[in-house]
Design a binder for this molecule. Structure first.
Ligand code: GLN
Length: 306
């Protein structure tokens, strides 16, 4: 595994076509596209790393997996009255389906759906309390108390909020959000601004590898059924309108973020985090996807077979 990661990292470090870094906020636009990191965590506690695996980056939409897990814990199946669970086939920040589907977002991983999930987590609490809960949950999952929200990123998301604010107000107009729009957005922007490195992210995904149990720490996070369902959501919706392509090339439940990170789950085998800031047209990490494709090609870890 270590040799494989070294080989993949060599290939990715030399790649000249690296995609384009997100430029909707300066904090992401200024990240060097040359970074590449990867970490593989296994249920028996092994960890393999290569490249910039310990350098923190903005996990952005990968946080939607953790928020979904928290929301299901609070609302159970009741969550599905606020958000659907079908792939959207549209870009992550699209508003078009919302109008046709009376303000109910297709799934928890597009922005509108993630905003609805934050609203469902709040349950009358202030954003500060919700964020404290989310942070301690992700720290617990990763087994690392040093995780933090990058407040500069959150401030910037707020400054350039217009697209997400439109989605939120549009849902509010349909009576889909229970809480004040600005409070929901404030919490959503901080959630996206979670900074993590590949090692922390791979460890945080371990509960999805082993039927809801983080075997490395011995703690049950969710039921086996819930873990299976979260993996299904990641497979079908985790890469937005690129989810079909990701399933075709990699064949693992995965969640991407515009910071260039991807968390991928090989059930029963490993939790994998990869980071390369350059994105493809859809907003998924270009080399991150290539790296995962190489990994499954060698390991046979795709859920669809060798
Ligand atoms: N913060 C980003 C946004 O709201 C998250 C999107 C993403 O990572 N794809 O636009």
């Amino acid at each position: 595994m270590q040799n494989l990661l070294n080989n993949i990292t060599d290939v990715m470090t030399q790649a000249t076509e690296r995609g384009r870094v997100a430029d909707y906020i300066p904090q992401l636009a200024h990240v060097d596209p040359k970074h590449f990191g990867m970490a593989v965590a296994t249920p028996d506690g092994q960890l393999f790393t290569a490249g910039d695996a310990t350098m923190p980056f903005s996990i952005q939409s990968i946080s939607k997996v953790f928020a979904l897990t928290l929301a299901l814990g609070k609302q159970g199946d009741g969550l599905w009255q606020y958000v659907g669970r079908e792939p959207s086939g549209d870009p992550f920040n699209s508003i078009v389906q919302l109008e046709h589907e009376s303000g109910k977002p297709r799934n928890p991983f597009i922005n509108a759906g993630a905003i609805a999930v934050v609203d469902a987590i709040m349950m009358g609490h202030e954003p500060k309390e919700v964020l404290a809960e989310l942070l301690s949950f992700v720290r617990y999952l990763a087994g690392d108390d040093s995780l933090f929200f990058d407040h500069e990123v959150a401030e910037s998301e707020l400054k350039y909020k217009h697209r997400n604010a439109s989605l939120a107000h549009f849902m509010k107009a349909f009576g889909r959000l229970q809480h004040d729009v600005d409070k929901v957005l404030g919490a959503y922007f901080h959630q996206c601004a979670l900074a993590m490195n590949c090692v922390q992210l791979a460890r945080a995904g371990l509960f999805l590898v082993s039927d809801g149990v983080n075997q490395a720490s011995g703690s049950r996070v969710v039921s086996a059924q819930r873990a299976r369902r979260i993996n299904a959501m990641m497979m079908m919706c985790g890469h937005y309108d690129g989810s079909g392509e990701f399933a075709y090339r990699v064949g693992l439940p995965g969640k991407s973020g515009v910071g260039g990170g991807i968390l991928a789950i090989a059930p029963g085998k490993a939790s994998i985090a990869v980071w390369s800031p350059g994105l493809d047209q859809i907003g998924n990490s270009l080399l991150g996807t290539r790296a995962l494709e190489m990994l499954v090609q060698e390991t046979g870890w795709s859920v669809f077979g060798h």
